[in-house]
Design a protein around this ligand. Structure first.
Ligand code: UD1
Ligand code: CA
Length: 462
């Protein structure tokens, strides 16, 4: 029977260098918080339990993670260092045996495969501890791995390191596997005589070596994976890595990204082959974009679905909406949540939809507000049409049936229904339903006063 696996994530620190009121682990990276990235990494090894050590902003962190009721929390107050943080998880792991994987709430990019390799290496070697390390160009800020005869001897923090140790390019990732058996008793042996006066988890390595307990390392090939985030600069650098990885994945699958440096696509987004994405496009959250679509510059799409061959022109904001095959949206369109643009339909410039369905082949080419409306197929909405859906207290629906024609500058005062194939005269304020095939017209009649201009001139001369 394989040993039980448990995960502990350290997330109690303040993250002083972020200079933020938000706890560090809640800062967003490519659409989700740092701690959510770490939790997803943990999911990959299907652990028996996951414990989050929280402290700074504990309530805010808990609140953000209500959708994960299986999480266990240990509160660390005050925050006296990483060893002290792990000690807080002891009561939650009492009576448990097996492997504990320790993750850091601020190291979001760890690959699932690395975690699996960590457990394999650790368990195969029968180690008491296994440290994930990497060789990096710029080791500054990280704990250094000091080896004797090739074996890890101890970890020295940047601030406690001699100039010689600072030359070492092998760093501690802050990710470990531990055998639970000797762990918590050994943690009690850690002191705080160091530059920061903290209880360093990293001291455990020297303690184990002294006790002749086996300590192993797993050196990752790609040091990007273990990048920690301590400052906003690092947050930006790591987001760039996430973006680049996603863009490369999509390009390899046949998506054209004209300028990857300015394209922001969240990890969960799916995009079909031969879709072209122009510079400055952001696609966020859960989005599915079809094949052979074209997304022009400066479009932002959030939690939406776009079917094959649809085109979104420049400067559109699309939230929680669906665009069907071959439809065209924008430039400068705003699709608010629960909007649907039917097959081959056209939403032109300065058109806003809210909770509105446009049927197949319907058009609203210019300057319109369509809210709480159900619009059938092959409907033509003239420029300047507005659904007056709000009476100051309640929202009311508008229904426009197939083939209707709404003349320009019409106000549809909801609740109201325009029948199949009906016409509405331009400039109308429609308060009553228009039956199928009828013409509804509701505006002041025009009067022409003959010779009025000449008479006016005469009047001003005298
Ligand atoms: C730590 C390691 C360092 C390693 C680096 C990798 C120690 C002493 N040092 O340094 O060797 O190279 O990570 O990123 O472990 N935390 C708590 N409670 C505390 C202190 C920290 O929960 O009292 C949490 C933080 O929220 C964070 C993690 O532990 O998620 C790491 O703490 P941090 O202060 O960022 O450690 P580093 O200085 O980066
Ligand atoms: Ca850190």
């Amino acid at each position: 029977m394989p040993a039980e696996r448990h995960v502990v994530i350290l997330a109690a620190g303040q993250g002083t260098r972020m200079k933020s009121r938000l706890p560090k682990v809640l800062h967003p990276l490519a659409g989700r918080s740092l701690v959510e990235h770490v939790l997803r990494n943990a999911d990959a090894i299907a652990p028996a339990t996951v414990t989050l050590v929280i402290g700074h902003g504990a309530d805010t962190v808990r609140h953000k993670l209500v959708n994960r009721p299986e999480l266990r929390y240990a509160v660390q107050q005050p925050q006296l260092g990483t060893a002290h943080a792990l000690q807080q998880a002891e009561p939650l792991l009492a009576g448990r045996a097996g492997t504990l994987v320790l993750l850091s709430g601020d190291v979001p990019l760890l690959a699932a495969n690395t975690l699996r390799r960590l457990i394999e290496t650790h368990e195969a070697a029968g180690a008491a501890a296994t440290v994930v390390t990497a060789l990096v160009e710029r080791p500054y800020g990280y704990g250094r791995i000091v080896r004797t005869k090739g074996k890890i001897a101890r970890i020295v923090e940047e601030r406690d390191a001699s100039p010689e140790v600072r030359q070492i390019r092998e760093i501690n990732s802050g990710i470990y596997a531990f055998d639970l058996e000797p762990l918590f008793e050994a943690l009690r042996g850690i002191a705080s005589q160091n530059a920061q006066g903290e209880f360093y988890l990293t001291d455990l390595v020297a303690i184990y070596r002294r006790r002749k307990l086996p300590v192993e390392t797993l050196v990752v090939d790609n040091p990007q994976e273990i990048r920690g985030i301590n400052s906003r600069t690092e947050l930006a650098e790591v987001s760039r890595i996430v973006r680049q990885t996603k863009n490369e994945e999509l390009m390899a699958a046949g998506v054209t990204i004209v300028d990857p440096a300015t394209t922001y696509i969240d990890p969960d987004v799916e995009i079909g082959a031969d879709t072209v994405i122009h510079p400055g496009v952001a696609i966020e959250g859960q989005c599915r974009i079809g094949a052979a679509c074209e997304l022009h510059s400066h479009v932002r799409i959030i939690d939406s679905e776009i079917a094959d061959r649809a085109v979104v022109h420049n400067f559109c904001l699309i939230i929680g909406s669906r665009i069907a095959e071959g439809a065209s949206v924008g430039p400068f369109a705003h699709l608010r949540p629960e909007s649907v643009v039917g097959e081959g339909a056209k939403i032109g410039n300065f058109v806003e939809l809210k909770k509105t369905t446009m049927g197949a082949g319907s058009k609203a080419n210019h300057l319109a507000y369509l809210g709480d409306a159900t619009i059938g197929a092959k409907v033509n909405i003239g420029a300047g049409t507005i659904t007056c859906n709000y009476d100051g207290t309640q929202k009311h629906p508008t229904v426009i049936e197939d083939g209707a024609f709404i003349g320009s500058d019409t106000q549809l005062i909801a609740p109201v229904r325009i029948g199949k194939g009906a016409y509405v005269g331009a400039g109308s304020s429609i308060t009553d339903d228009v039956p199928d095939g009828a013409l509804g017209i509701a505006r002041g009649r025009q009067t022409n006063v003959e010779g009025w201009a000449e008479r006016k001139k005469g009047a001003t001369k005298s």
